[in-house]
Design a protein around this ligand. Structure first.
Ligand code: UD1
Ligand code: UDP
Length: 369
């Protein structure tokens, strides 16, 4: 009988990192692969599914405008339970640190179904930063049976917490697998044509703990820099969160060297990254992609669970104050030597075979039973 693996995810970054795993599992003829999306995101999730041509068997379609953590958790527990009763999978695979990952893993635990955690072991050990993600990933790892850690450091965190070594597998990050399929030399886009001849700065921001004042501080710093440096152009694909969109429009619209656009699909975004001079972000996934492309990143957060990129020299943690962002941004634009140092390509996240490794490990471990 085929073993049944149910992958569940719901947001853009989870989809980008789980679609390669779906593809790898689909190559195994003794595995039945079932994809369930929670629909925590809607348009931003649909973009990724389309690029990777992944067709979910289930879409829980839970997204609501300005949803709270209660809304997401309750809706997933309620709907996902029914799917689990119907499908009775041998294992559930969740990803990372979203509320989709937490609530889905919890549902699996309540039904005594083993859980595999892709991108396990990332930590800041500060429950407020990132919030609520640090709680989500620690909580998932209490429940997890198979830990797919992207790096040795992530494995170390898990060992420190008493997880069993035989259940931890260092595979690299599946985002590197995704990157192999998206970046193209001949890629063109009208927004890139607009930036031609200038240093292109790519900007993203969305974290819950940055909504409100921190976001406004970042935007003000960026606006100031844009006024002072005439040779830069900024492209900002704005997250669909209405709170982010309102702040971005209020603070940044009207500056003709800042282009505010809709979220890019992942193929576009990766190619924009590869053409950019530097990136400003509070995103998690971008901190993993940038070192693989040798693109300097100013991380507009107070903590990071991805110290590998800092060690590699590609990332700099700059906080969220107007002055902090302004000073670091200015320094990197002015200081060529510093820039060159940061853009030395080092990829701490594996060789792009993480998904195949995860599929092989699951086959071996579940096959034993
Ligand atoms: C979620 C994750 C965060 C992850 C981020 C990636 C949680 C608690 N947060 O945060 O860890 O870094 O996704 O982007 O799991 N919206 C749309 N369309 C979409 C997506 C979002 O309209 O396709 C709007 C909705 O109004 C929604 C709001 O954005 O209510 C916020 O979405 P939500 O998933 O709650 O939070 P994110 O900030 O996206
Ligand atoms: N991304 C994208 N389109 C965009 C912005 C980002 O496809 O307009 C990709 C990016 O390459 C990365 C992921 O989305 O793989 C990061 O997602 P996000 O910042 O929403 O979440 P986080 O990684 O912070 O959880």
């Amino acid at each position: 009988m085929k073993m049944k693996v149910l992958l569940v995810f719901g947001t853009r970054p989870e989809a980008i990192k789980m679609c390669p795993v779906v593809k790898a599992l689909e190559q195994c003829k003794d595995v039945e692969t079932v994809v369930c999306v929670t629909g925590q995101h809607r348009e931003m999730l649909a973009q990724v599914l389309q690029v990777f041509d992944v067709k979910p068997r289930y879409d829980l379609a839970i997204m609501k405008e300005r949803q709270t953590l209660f809304d997401i958790t309750i809706a997933i527990l309620d709907h996902f339970r029914t799917i689990l009763e119907q499908e009775k999978p041998d294992v559930i695979l969740v990803h990372g640190d979203t509320t989709t990952a937490f609530a889905s893993a919890l549902a699996g635990f309540y039904m005594n179904i083993p859980v595999g955690h892709v991108e396990a072991g990332l930590r800041t050990y500060n429950l407020q930063s990132p919030y609520p993600e640090e709680f989500n990933r620690q909580a998932v790892d209490i429940i997890t049976n198979y830990y797919f850690a992207p790096t040795e450091l992530a494995k170390k965190n898990l060992l420190k917490e008493g997880k069993k070594e035989e259940d931890i597998f260092v595979t690299g990050n599946t985002v590197i697998d995704a990157l192999k399929t998206t970046v193209r030399k001949e890629y063109r886009h009208e927004a890139l044509d607009w930036a031609e001849g200038s240093r292109l700065i790519l900007l993203t921001a969305h974290r819950r703990e940055n909504l409100g004042e921190p976001l406004r501080h970042m935007f003000r710093a960026i606006n100031r820099i844009c006024t002072e440096f005439e040779d830069i152009k900024i492209i900002y694909p704005i997250h669909m969160n209405p709170a982010v969109r309102a702040a971005a429009k209020e603070e940044l619209a009207g500056n003709d060297r800042i282009k505010l656009i809709e979220p890019l699909d992942v193929l576009d975004f990766h190619n924009f990254m590869s053409r950019s001079y530097l990136i400003l972000t509070d995103s998690g996934g971008i901190q993993e992609e940038a070192p693989a492309m040798g693109k300097p990143v100013l991380v507009m957060r107070d903590t990071t669970e991805r110290p590998e990129g800092i060690e590699a020299g590609t990332l700099k943690l700059v906080g969220t104050s107007e002055n902090g962002v302004y000073t670091a941004f200015r320094e990197l634009l002015d200081n060529k030597a510093e820039y060159e140092k940061m853009s030395k390509a080092v990829n701490p996240y594996g060789d792009g075979t993480a998904s195949e490794q995860i599929a092989a490990i699951l086959k071996e471990r579940l096959g034993r039973k």
